[in-house]
Structures are given as C-alpha cells and as structure tokens.
Design a protein around this ligand. Structure first.
Ligand code: PHE
Length: 341
C-alpha cells in the first residue's frame, strides 16, 4: 500500500461521481468509497511500518475527509432539489364558490326592510314548546303539536318537563317575535330570516327544512293600513315591478284578524301563467294583527300597543324568481344546480 495507490482511488472516485447526475446516487457512491475502498485501505495501514504508515495514513485520512465533504454537499443539494419550486410553472386555479340563491334572496329582503328602519333579529333553531306554541296562543290540542307534524327532541321523562324545557326544532320563525319583545320596550320593527323544520314527507314543494322571513311591527296605533304600505313597498322592490295586493281572511292562533296575502303575478301581468296557475295571483305570505295574548306573553301592554306580523317562505319566492320546480334542489348540494346562480 502506497500513497500513490490512494491517489488512484481518488481519481477513480472522482470519475465515478462526475458521471452520475443524480445527487442521491452521488451520495451513495461516496458512502460506498468510505465504507468499502477506504475501509480496506485503513485495515492495511495498520500493518505498515513507521514512516510509511504515517504517510499512507495521512493520505487516506485526507481522502476520507474529501469524500465526506463531498457527501455532505450532495446531501444539501438533494434537499434543495426536492424543495425547489418553479415559480414560472402555471398554478392550480382555486375553485371559486358563490352565494347560495336563498342567501342572495335573504340579503335582498334584508336590504329592502332595512331601508324602512327594520332591524334584523334572530333566535334559536332548537326551540322550546313555550316560545314555539304556548306564547303564540296555540291551544294544547292544536294539530301542529302532533308527532307527525313537528320534529320533537327525544328527552328523558319528557312528560314531567315544563313547556320551556321541552325542546323541538322550531316550526316557524314566529317564536322570535316573543323572544325579541320580552326584553325590550316598544316600538319594534324587526324582520327574522331563518331556518325552520317540519316533519314532512318530501316532494317537489315540501322539504323537512326551509327558510322563512318573519316580520313584526309594534307601536302605538300600528294598523292594517301600515301593513299594506310596508308590504306593498317590499313586494314592489322584491319583484322589481308595480304590484297589486289582495288580502284574504285566514286563521293563525297568534294573529287576529289573520289573512293570506296574494300579490299580482308580474310574470304574466295577470294574464295567467304556470307560476300563478292561471289565476293572476300568487299566494305569498301569512299575516295579521298581533294577537293581544302574544303581546301579553311578551309583557307588552295590548291596551297601549298594537302591531302586525307576517311570515313568508323564502324558498317559494326563490322558486318563483328562478322558475325552479323542485324545492329539494336548494338542499341537494348539487354543483350543477348551484353554479347557475
Ligand atoms: N308562522 C306562520 C307560518 O309558519 C306565518 C305567519 C307569521 C302568519 C306571522 C302570520 C303572522 O305559517
């Protein structure tokens, strides 16, 4: 073994690494030279005598250091190669979402009412029987309290709970009328957009949940004339057309008198079309003058204050607006449907 032989190993090593392009493979070559070629040199150095041993040992040590440095350099290179980002490469375009058609409609309604000084209020979707029924003057045997109509929460010993403890998914946004009024002093002007729940068999016009827009205006001398003015302006803005109103007598436990509100069909100008089912009128909301018992539930004096309330289905309005025939599409999450808005 001579230092000349070590120079030969170095030459061979350099040639071999140079020919290799890949940093990982270059590193493997370095490893091989340290663990095999140099290891056998060192085992021979041990048997050399005096001066020669010093000279060859030094040369072998130098070569080991040289290869080790090279190996570390290749390691850094390898890491850098993996982390390298080509900034000129075209990126992946993010998929842009859009607002749901019901959200768009809700926002439009809110803007129209806010112009008339109405405040947007809210309440819980998991409601209790007192706010959903009792406070709104529903009698104990009203059919909506049946299991088939309403989604009640399963609760242990439900029979022994008070009305305020018995939970259900709210069937309408009207409970928010009482929730809002009971902690405040009149006058009130609010709208309540929100999700409501019914125990339905679904079809094209029925869903187990849908969206309502509730309205409430209470003050001294608030009358049906005020209701007509407010609702007339709202519907005119909503349908972007001059519309006529028609009030038909109806019944709700929480309003007296109660009525259904029809709006003239602006799609066919009352000539008759599929949306208005050839009648020229579209049934748009339930409404009425707030029942004195509801005001009492909310600790508002019915001898001093009066008001009107209304509730309409946002899904139905969106269906009319976009000529959608199946309400279930709103809740399907189907992008082919949603991307059209
Ligand atoms: N809460 C009623 C419903 O869900 C609608 C309504 C609201 C009627 C306010 C009158 C007054 O059908």
């Amino acid at each position: 073994m001579t230092s000349g032989k070590i120079s030969k190993i170095k030459e061979r090593f350099l040639k071999e690494v140079e020919e290799e392009k890949d940093a990982g493979k270059k590193r493997k070559i370095c490893k091989k030279y340290i663990e095999e070629d140099l290891a056998s040199v060192f085992s021979l150095v041990k048997n050399l005598s005096g001066e020669k041993r010093g000279e060859v040992g030094r040369a072998a040590n130098e070569l080991r250091e040289f290869i080790t440095k090279k190996m570390e350099g290749e390691k850094r290179e390898e890491v850098a190669e993996k982390a390298r980002i080509d900034v000129t490469f075209p990126g992946t375009e993010p998929d842009l979402g859009s607002l749901h058609p019901l959200t768009v409609l809700q926002k439009r309604c809110e803007e129209i009412f806010q112009k008339m000084g109405f405040v947007v209020a809210g309440g819980p979707e998991l409601e209790n029987e007192w706010y959903n029924f009792d406070a709104l003057n529903f009698k104990k045997d009203h059919p909506v309290r049946e299991m088939q109509d309403t989604l009640f929460a399963k609760q242990k010993d439900r029979g022994s709970l008070s009305e305020k403890e018995k939970l259900l998914m709210r069937t309408h946004t009207s409970p928010v009328q009482v929730r809002y009024m009971e902690n405040r002093k009149p006058p009130f002007r609010i709208i309540v957009p929100g999700r409501v729940f019914r125990n339905e068999t679904t079809d094209n016009s029925h869903e187990i949940n849908f969206y309502q827009l509730e309205g409430l205006m209470v003050g001294e001398d608030v009358s049906i004339a005020n209701f007509r003015a407010v609702i007339g302006y709202f519907l005119q803005q909503l349908f972007r057309a001059k519309v006529k109103l028609r009030l038909r007598p109806s019944f709700f436990p929480f309003t007296e008198p109660s009525f259904e509100v029809d709006v003239s069909c602006s799609i066919c100008d009352q000539k008759g079309c599929s949306v208005c089912k050839q009648t020229g009128w579209i049934e748009i909301m339930g409404a009425g003058m707030v029942h004195p018992n509801v005001l009492r539930s909310a600790k508002v004096d019915p001898d001093k204050f009066t008001g009107f309330a209304f509730g309409c289905g946002l899904d139905r309005i969106a269906m009319i607006e976009h000529k959608i025939e199946n309400v279930r599409l709103f809740y399907s999450g189907d992008l082919r449907f949603l991307k059209q808005f």
